[in-house]
Design a protein around this ligand. Structure first.
Ligand code: ADP
Ligand code: MG
Length: 234
């Protein structure tokens, strides 16, 4: 039986009566990049927190490789092959760059080859021995990508990794994410920069107030009245 890599079905997440996610359904195949865009507070990070096991959904299900993984914790999911980057990375600052990645690898999927050298892939091989307390914001984000890749994920959830990068760095990051997808990884990429998303994928979900208001191509999204209203109303 064939199934999607990831199937999120009608997920609801409530914080003290506030519905951060109000019935969200998304699917991702192996080798595919799904872009998620939407205004601040629309629930994008909460969705990643639910898929990666940081939050347990109040309703709905998460299926991964055909298995119901709803409510599994992040460590168990990482071992299965789901990992993510954080919008605000928090490396262990008392450790070196390399030690941060080695620690993550310990929690990863055993017996499955991933990126051979995640630090090199992330462009950090020249600062392996540096303390993680000395990194710029861009380097912290690169380290967070390396940390996630060290667990050899089949599904990678990327939360605003491109924020603050210059055009050259943006292009390099886009090439890296495309490479991962070409290797067969499934990705969800949350990003505000539509040009960056457009480089990666034409398949996007637009979120607003905890709901998907649109799914289709970026080109179609730009012509959709509800999407345009949400963006113009910002
Ligand atoms: P986005 O990533 O799209 O900017 P978030 O998913 O971070 O949005 O947040 C969606 C909404 O849920 C926001 O109103 C936010 O304040 C709220 N929210 C997110 N996490 C929590 C939490 N742990 N406790 C309370 N409210 C939260
Ligand atoms: Mg967010």
């Amino acid at each position: 039986m064939s199934h999607k890599l990831l199937e999120v079905t009608q997920v609801v997440k409530v914080f003290g009566g506030f519905r951060a996610l109000d019935g969200v359904t998304v699917q991702v195949d192996a080798g595919e990049i799904l872009g998620i865009v939407g205004p601040n507070g629309s629930g994008k990070t909460t969705l990643i927190n639910v898929i990666s096991g940081l939050y347990r959904p109040d309703r709905g299900t998460v299926h991964y490789q055909g298995r119901d993984v709803t409510g599994w914790n992040p460590t168990r999911l990482a071992r299965r092959g789901i990992n993510r980057t954080f919008q605000l990375p928090k490396p262990f600052k008392s450790l070196t760059v390399e030690q941060n990645v080695d620690l993550a690898a310990h929690y990863g999927k055993k017996g499955r080859p991933g990126i051979a050298d995640p630090l090199e892939f992330a462009g950090l091989s020249n600062i392996r021995q540096q303390s993680a307390s000395q990194l710029t914001t861009a380097q912290q984000k690169a380290l967070d990508l390396a940390r996630a890749l060290a667990t050899a994920p089949d599904l990678l959830l990327v939360d605003e990794l491109a924020a603050g990068l210059n055009p050259v760095e943006l292009d390099a990051l886009a090439q890296k994410l495309l490479f991962l997808a070409h290797q067969g990884m499934g990705l969800i990429v949350i990003e505000h920069l539509l040009g960056f998303v457009n480089q990666l994928t034409q398949r996007v979900v637009v979120m607003n107030a905890g709901r998907e208001i649109f799914e289709g191509t970026l080109t179609q999204a730009a012509e959709n009245p509800e999407v345009v209203a949400v963006y113009m109303g910002e």
